[in-house]
Design a protein around this ligand. Sequence first.
Ligand code: HEM
Length: 210
Amino acid sequence: MSKEKLIQRYSAPERINHWIVAICFVLLAISGLAFFYPAFFWLTGVFGTPQLARIVHPFVGVVMFAGFVRQFFRYWHHNFITAQDVEWMKSVGTVLKGHEVGDTGKYNGGQKGMFWHMSLCMGLLMLTGIVIWREYFSIHFPIPVIRAALLVHSMSALALIAGIIVHVYAALWVKGTIRAMVEGVVTHAWAKKHHPRWYREVTQGRQQGH
Ligand code: HEM
């Protein structure tokens, strides 16, 4: 059997960092939903006991945020939204039917929109998370500010959970994408089909574009 030629998309440190962020996200989403809604209280068991969940949740949040900051500085310059990306977003129905739209670079319009959605949610979660972290910081803020922060924290968490459902669904939907984040590589066919401009840039040895 001939050995298939592959293209590197993510290095090992990038992948390890991504999966640390993803695992933290799952733990935070489960424990956060448990605090948010009584019917989910039993989910506090994810950290052993409800008390432990309450103690550990914010620390895991800091780890997730730190991991995401690394992703942010690694990828932000690939995620500038261009007129072509807006066209992609407008034609998302066509994309979902399996036809690619435009000369897509490293990321398509949907991925770029998701990147900024994640960044906004992460920033809000961290900022408001500090305000509502009773153990260390809440004492420095008036009660109305803590209440507002709690509301924004919950809303950003729900928005991020909704976003990640779409992110994971898209990663599974487009065959060969998960491999990029698991093994770090994609096939030539995958790159040519979904990210033609990036494909040309990588295969012609030029600097990767947006
Ligand atoms: C929980 C399950 C998750 C799965 C299965 C997953 C899967 C993937 C895959 C396959 C890629 C590569 C896409 C490509 O190169 O075309 C990717 C990229 C990425 N993921 Fe995830 N992911 C998950 C969770 C998360 C979480 C929780 C975050 C952060 C909130 C995140 C942030 C990112 C970022 C920033 C990229 C780089 C792409 C970009 O800049 O748009 N992922 N993910």
